[in-house]
Design a protein around this ligand. Structure first.
Ligand code: T68
Length: 829
C-alpha cells in the first residue's frame, strides 16, 4: 500500500521481477547495458567508469527490490515487534560492494562487469562514501543496521540526510588540517530514493495555549516538510532487505505561495533556504557538546518525523489509534542522547493529540524507548539550555518539566535522599539533562563495553543505578564482518573459508574459533603471513597512488586510526616516535638492528578543537623531518593518511601488524576499530580501557601487549598529578618534548608548538606522561617479538580465531535478548 513502488532513479526493467537467484550472467549483462542506455544515455562503447558505476548500482538495486518490498510488508504485518533505531549519524561507507555481496549473485555480477570490459574495482572506486557521521558512534549504527538485516530482524533505521557530511580533510603546506565541504551528493546517489508519499510535517517555535476543554495545545510558529530518503539495507544471506530512512528538510510550499508576490519573492526564497538549512550539515564535533540551536532543531526534526512515520506505518489511516499497543509494535533504541527529545514528542502526541492521561502516556513512553550511552566524558553529555528549548519547543519543555517532577517523586518513593534527588534532577537551574531524561523515561540504559557499563553504574549514572539497578545493562559493541572482513580483506576471507570448509563463519563469526587448531601449523602460518604481506603491498601501492608517499611493505605497519582527541593520546604515540628518532640519531639505538617501522596515523579533528589541530600539524611535521632524514635509511617512516574515512579504513586495517589502542583508562567507552583489527589478525598494543579489556580476555593475554595505568591507578593519581615530574625524570620523554620545543619540527621556530608542549608539561589532562615509560618499554617488547615472524603470525592467527564475539550480529542478539525482547522474521532465502 505504501511507498517505494516507484522505480529507482534510472530503473530500466519493465519486467515484473528480476529474480536474483535465477538471473544468468548474460541477462545481467543485458540489464547493465540497458541501464547504461536508459539511465545514462550512453552505449556500452561510450561508457566510462562513472556510467558503469551507476548502471551496475541500478541493476543490483533492482535485484534486491522484491526482497525489500517483501521485508517491509512482513515488518508491517506486526507479528514480530519491530526495532526503530534512532541515530543522528550513520557512517555507511560505500554501498556498491556491499550490495553486490548481498545480492545473492556476487560472482555473476563480477563476471558480467568483467565481460563487458570493465574492471569492477575501478568501477567501485568511483563511489563517494556518504560521510553522515563523525566516528565510532555513526559507524556502529551502520554496522547495526547491517546486522539487523542479516538477522532478519524487522527494523527501520531512522536518521538525517545531511547535504554535507563530515568535512573532507586536506593538509596545507604547513601540515595544518583544512576542512573542505563534503558535498557528497554532487553527482547524485543511485542508492537513495526520495519517498514523497511518506513525507511528514514538523513544527517548531510558537506558543502553547489552553483550549476550551482545558487541554494544552502547541501552536508552532512555523513548519517544515520532512522528506524521507530511503536506502536499502541488504542482509547477508538472509533474503531480507531492511530500510534506512533519512530525513531531509524542505520548506512548506503554501507559505511560499502566500508570500509570492513581487515584493516578497526574495523573502519566500530565503524561507526556503532557511528551512533546508536544518539538514544542511553534520556537526563535526564528536566528543564535546555544542549547545547550538540548529543542532536541537536537527534532533527534534528527525525524531518527530520518525515517530510520526512509525505511527502512520503501524496504524495506517487511523485517526484514533490504540496507542497502548504501540510498544508491542515497535521499540525505539536511542543512539546516545541525540534523539532523546523523541521522548517528549511521544508524550506530546499521546496526551495532546490522542487524548491519553499522563500516567497512561508515560507508561507507553517508558515501554517504547531504550537508551545507549557512548561516553564517559562529562563534556560530551548533552545539557540543553531551557530557554533555548522553550523557545523552540515550548510544549516539550513543559512536558519535560512534568517528567522531571514525576522522576523526583518516583526517586523519593524508591528511597532516594533529597541530595540524591537534587543531583538527579532532569530539569533544574535552567538546564535540561538529556541523559537523565533518557534514563528515567525509558526501560533500559546500556553502556557499550563491560568496563564502560560498569563505570556508568559506578560514576556517571551512579545515583540512578543505585535506585533502579535492573534498568542497567551492558551490550558490548560489535562490527560487521561482511564489510570489515569479507569486503576489506578478501584474501584472508578466502583463506578462512578454505580452512574452515565453508563460508558460514560470515554470519556465525564464532566459527573463527576453528582456526585455533592451525595456530601451530607452519603451512597455515605461512599462508596467513603471505596474506598479510600481500595486503601490505596493496596498501603501499594505494598510498603511492593516492598520496604519493612511498613505504616499505617489509617494515612493521604500526597504525593509529581514530578521531583526534587528547584522551585517545595520539600525542603519546608521537612522543614515542620522536624518542625513537632521537635514540636512532644519537646512536643510543643501533640503526642496523632496528626493526623498520611505518607509523600510520589517520584522524580528523573537530574544526574548533585547537589542541587536536595543533597535534595534526605536529604529526605532519614530524613525518616531514623523520621521512627526509637520510641518517635513518628509510627505516622509520611516519605517514598521515589524509581524509581518513570508512573507505580508507577498509584498506588500512587488513594491512596492519600492530594496532594502537592507547587511550587513558576509563575514557574510551568501547572502541570498535580495536575489534576490526583483531578480526583481521593484527596484534593490539593497548591499555585496559573500553572493549580492549574483553578483546584481551578472549584472544589471550599472551597475544595482546598490555601497558599503562588501570582505572583505579588513574583515580588515585587524579588530583595530585604532576606531569612535570615525569618530564624531568625521564630522559627519553624530556628529549622528545624538548625536541618539539626546540623547533626541530617547525623550521627552528620554538613557538609553533609551545601550547602543545606546555600543555603536556603543566596539565596533561589525559596523563600521557604518566604512561609514557611503560609505553616505551612495551614497544621494545613488541619490536623483539616481531623479530620472530612465525611467533608474531601465530599471535595474529589467535587474534582472528578468538574475535568471533565481536561481530555486530552478537551485539544485536544481545539487544534482542536483554533490551528489545523481540526476534526475527522468518528468513527468506
Ligand atoms: C564513540 N563515540 C566512543 N561519539 O567514543 C567509542 N559524540 O568509544 C565507542 O566505541 C563508539 O562511540 C561506539 O559506541 C562517538 O563516536 C560521537 O561521534 C559523537 C558525535 C556527536 C556528539 C557526541
Amino acid at each position: 500500500s505504501d511507498a517505494l513502488e516507484t522505480h529507482p532513479p534510472g530503473s530500466v526493467s519493465q519486467k515484473e521481477h528480476i529474480v536474483s537467484d535465477e538471473i544468468t550472467r548474460e541477462q545481467l549483462k543485458d540489464e547493465i547495458i540497458a541501464a547504461l542506455r536508459h539511465s545514462r544515455g550512453v552505449s556500452l562503447a561510450e561508457a566510462n567508469n562513472e556510467d558503469m558505476y551507476v548502471a551496475v548500482s541500478t541493476v543490483v538495486r533492482n535485484l534486491l527490490a522484491d526482497k525489500w518490498i517483501e521485508t517491509r510488508e512482513d515488518t508491517l504485518k506486526g507479528n514480530t515487534k519491530a526495532v526503530g533505531y534512532l541515530s543522528a549519524e550513520y557512517l555507511l561507507g560505500t554501498q556498491l560492494p556491499n550490495a553486490i555481496l548481498n545480492s545473492g549473485v556476487p560472482q555473476k555480477v563480477e563476471a558480467a562487469v568483467k565481460e563487458l570490459g570493465f574492471d569492477l574495482n575501478a568501477v567501485e572506486d568511483v563511489e563517494v562514501e556518504p560521510g553522515l557521521g563523525n566516528g565510532g558512534l555513526g559507524r556502529l549504527a551502520a554496522c547495526f543496521i547491517d546486522s539487523l538485516a542479516t538477522k532478519a530482524v524487522p527494523a527501520i533505521g531512522y536518521g538525517i540526510r545531511y547535504t554535507y557530511g563530515i568535512f573532507r580533510q586536506e593538509f596545507d603546506k604547513d601540515g595544518n588540517q583544512v576542512e573542505r565541504p563534503d558535498y557528497w551528493l554532487y553527482k547524485g546517489s543511485p542508492w537513495e530514493q526520495a519517498n514523497y508519499r511518506r513525507e511528514q510535517r514538523v513544527g517548531m517555535g510558537g506558543v502553547v495555549v489552553t483550549t476550551k476543554d482545558g487541554k494544552r495545545e502547541w501552536k508552532p510558529a512555523w513548519q517544515f516538510r520532512a522528506i524521507p530518503y530511503d536506502y536499502m539495507v541488504p542482509g547477508y544471506e538472509s533474503g531480507r532487505v531492511g530500510t534506512l530512512r533519512l530525513w531531509s528538510a524542505k520548506a512548506v510550499d503554501e507559505f511560499d505561495l502566500l508570500t509570492f508576490n513581487r515584493s516578497q519573492y526574495e523573502d519566500a526564497v530565503k524561507g526556503q533556504t532557511w528551512a533546508e538549512s536544518i539538514t544542511k550539515v553534520l556537526y563535526p564535533e564528536d566528543s564535546t557538546y555544542v549547545g547550538k540551536q540548529l543542532r536541537l532543531e536537527q534532533q527534534y526534526f528527525f525524531s518527530a518525523a520518525s515517530l510520526a512515520d512509525a505511527i502512520s506505518l503501524f496504524y495506517p489511516g487511523e485517526e484514533h489509534p490504540d496507542m497502548t499497543t504501540f510498544p508491542d509494535k515497535i521499540t525505539f533504541q536511542l543512539n546516545d542522547t541525540h534523539p532523546v527529545i523523541a521522548i517528549a514528542e511521544l508524550m506530546r502526541l499521546l496526551i495532546d493529540k490522542y487524548g491519553y492521561d499522563w500516567d497512561t502516556a508515560f507508561s507507553i513512553t517508558q515501554r517504547t524507548f531504550n537508551y545507549t550511552c557512548h561516553t564517559l566524558l562529562p563534556e560530551a553529555l548533552e545539557v540543553w539550555d531551557a530557554k533555548l528549548m522553550g523557545e523552540l519547543l515550548p510544549r516539550h519543555l513543559e512536558i519535560i518539566e512534568q517528567i522531571s517532577d514525576w522522576a523526583a517523586h518516583d526517586q523519593a518513593k524508591h528511597g532516594a535522599s533529597p541530595e540524591a534527588i537534587e543531583r538527579m534532577r532532569i530539569y533544574s537551574n535552567g538546564r535540561v539533562r538529556m541523559a537523565y531524561l533518557a534514563t528515567m523515561a525509558g526501560s533500559h540504559v546500556n553502556g557499550v563495553a563491560e568496563l564502560h557499563s560498569q563505570l556508568l553504574k559506578d560514576i556517571t549514572l551512579k545515583d540512578f543505578a543505585d535506585l533502579y539497578p535492573s534498568k542497567f545493562t551492558n551490550v558490548t559493541n560489535g562490527v560487521t564482518p561482511r564489510r570489515f572482513m569479507r569486503l576489506a580483506n578478501p584474501r584472508l576471507s578466502e583463506l578462512v573459508t578454505k580452512t574452515l570448509g565453508s563460508e558460514e563463519w560470515l554470519n556465525d563469526l564464532e566459527q573463527l574459533k576453528g582456526l585455533e587448531k592451525y595456530a601451530d601449523d607452519p603451512q597455515f602460518l605461512k599462508k596467513f603471513a603471505e596474506v598479510k604481506h600481500q595486503n601490505k603491498v596493496d596498501f603501499a601501492d594505494w598510498l603511492k597512488r593516492t598520496q604519493g608517499v612511498e613505504i616499505d611493505p617489509n617494515s612493521m605497519f604500526d597504525t593509529m586510526i581514530k578521531r583526534l582527541h587528547e584522551y585517545k593520546r595520539q600525542s603519546m604515540k608521537l612522543l614515542q616516535v620522536i624518542a625513537l628518532y632521537n635514540q636512532l640519531k644519537s646512536g643510543q639505538r643501533d640503526i642496523n638492528t632496528f626493526q623498520a617501522r611505518t607509523v600510520i596515523f589517520g584522524a580528523k579533528a573537530a574544526p574548533g578543537y585547537a589542541m587536536a589541530k595543533l597535534t595534526i600539524r605536529l604529526i605532519n611535521n614530524v613525518a616531514r623531518v623523520v621521512n627526509n632524514d637520510p641518517a635513518l635509511q628509510g627505516k622509520l617512516r611516519v605517514v598521515f593518511i589524509e581524509n581518513y574515512n570508512v573507505t580508507s579504513a577498509q584498506r588500512i586495517i587488513p594491512a596492519t601488524d600492530l594496532d594502537e589502542q592507547i587511550s587513558l583508562a576509563g575514557k574510551e567507552a568501547s572502541g570498535t576499530s580495536n575489534m576490526k583489527f583483531a578480526i583481521n589478525g593484527a596484534v593490539t598494543v593497548g591499555t585496559l580501557d573500553g572493549a580492549n579489556v574483553e578483546i584481551r580476555e578472549r584472544v589471550g593475554a599472551e597475544n595482546f601487549f598490555l601497558f599503562g595505568m588501570k582505572v583505579e591507578d588513574v583515580e588515585k593519581l587524579d588530583g595530585n598529578y604532576n606531569p612535570r615530574s615525569y618530564y624531568e625524570s625521564d630522559p627519553d620523554l624530556k628529549g622528545a618534548i624538548d625536541a618539539i620545543a626546540s623547533g626541530m619540527f617547525s623550521y627552528g621556530d620554538p613557538n609553533t608548538y609551545k601550547e602543545f608542549t606546555e600543555n603536556l608539561i603543566n596539565k596533561d589532562p589525559f596523563m600521557a606522561l604518566a604512561d609514557f615509560r611503560e609505553y616505551m618499554d612495551i614497544q621494545d617488547k613488541i619490536e623483539a617479538a616481531y623479530q620472530d615472524k612465525q611467533a608474531w603470525t601465530r599471535m595474529g592467527v589467535l587474534n582472528t580465531a578468538n574475535s568471533g564475539f565481536f561481530t555486530s550480529d552478537r551485539s544485536i542478539q544481545d539487544y534482542l535478548d536483554r533490551v528489545w525482547m523481540t526476534g526475527s522474521l522468518p528468513q527468506h532465502k
